[in-house]
Write a protein that binds this ligand. Sequence first.
Ligand code: 4AD
Ligand code: MG
Length: 467
Amino acid sequence: MSKMNRTKVVDVLQCQDFGTIVNVKGWVRTHRSSKAVDFIALNDGSTIKNVQIVVDPSKFDENLLKQITTGSCISVIGELVESQGAGQTSEIQCQELEVYGLCGNDYPMQKKGQSFEYMRQYAHMRLRTNTFGAVMRIRHNMAIAIHQYFHEHGFFYFHTPIITASDCEGAGEMFQVTTQNLYDLKKDEEGKIKYDDDFFGKMTSLTVSGQLEGELGATALGQIYTFGPTFRAENSNTPRHLAEFWMIEPEVAFIGLDELMDLEEDFIKHCVKWALEHCKDDLEFLNKMIDKTLIARLESVIKEDFVRLPYTEGIKILEEAVANGHKFEFPVSWGMDLASEHERYLVEHHFKKPVIMINYPKDIKAFYMKMNEDGKTVQGTDVLFPQIGEIIGGSVREENYDKLMGEINRRNIPMKDMWWYLDTRKYGTCPHGGFGLGFERLILFVTGMANIRDVIPFPRTPNNAEF
Ligand code: 4AD
Ligand code: MG
């Protein structure tokens, strides 16, 4: 085979220079053959679209051609010509063909229309399908959109530790990190594990949130954001939960509740707009194959003002629904944590647009949230989205040392692990706040996919750590 530089399919399809010779490399999506001509649809992952390779079978080894089936990897040199057929504007007249790797008919991604459950068992191969290619390209674009947004708005990308000794959310859902021999654990006289001998000399875990360290960054640099992996050992087998997910956590000094909500709304709209502008082909594919209302939903979210709803008013709406005969599985009363059915009622049924819920009862939220003057509610904000439920959780932080200490004591949070956090309130404390966006929940919304396991390459969930 002649030596040539490879052109990506995405670039070939945009090229109007008919008559030029190009080299494309990729994986065969389909191969149709007849006596007079063979058509190979080739994809290299650079775009959802395939380039059509036209092969004159009389010029190539018949046996070799026969073996080039779906999934095979090939390199083709040929002339770029205007296409006569429907469905594409250009195609490649094959002059030279090299096979990198044939693909047996036990290839797990062979057939069309396989279920997502089936494909999850082959997460290492499902990346080569149209749907997962589209989702992964959108995922990449969303990461770029996020960095772009914060960079343009003067936030600094701040790297918080993954191994930590504190439980930010206080829910005890942490994965421990240890080098101890678990079969021969050292214990003290009371039978408690002796962490003195462990790697860090204390109990450590994978982080559930970078927020606490993010606050240290924000109260020095003014505004920061984190974007990193997050771990939760919550045993919830739902289409919205992962044990390992990515979170984006901006933290801002001198921000109040209203500005915080403005930031949440503006940020999400920026991401959705970015997807509409930069992921057109992939969104059109998903709109056709996965969810016919996807693009319309994305367009409507960027146009609408999000509803801003105090928790207490939300409860009233739910109570009225119950009074009017609506049946919820879980009873509604002030003080309860909203279940997904309640969130969906408010967002999809009542308001029919995204809702930012604020001022939650303090006992259903984390210790660090700023107390309102009523002494009962805190300045927490959750952004609730259609189909997704909670996409963002955030708050204004309690910046008053005594009030924060009061809450830490009331909840029996071990003080000695928190001394560095409390120092921000001791030395030049300032009002501040921030939020966490679940990256995969954003990707769910933007792609229209239904299960969070299908928007991350290799999902980690209870009983699943394959690949
Ligand atoms: O509401 P959460 O627990 O808030 C925090 O962690 C705060 N420290 C954030 C902050 O204020 N800086 O989590 C934030 C978001 C949720 O709204 C949700 O989108 C996502 O993280 N999330 C999950 N995503 C996938 N799987 C899980 N198990 C998730 N748990 C939370
Ligand atoms: Mg939350």
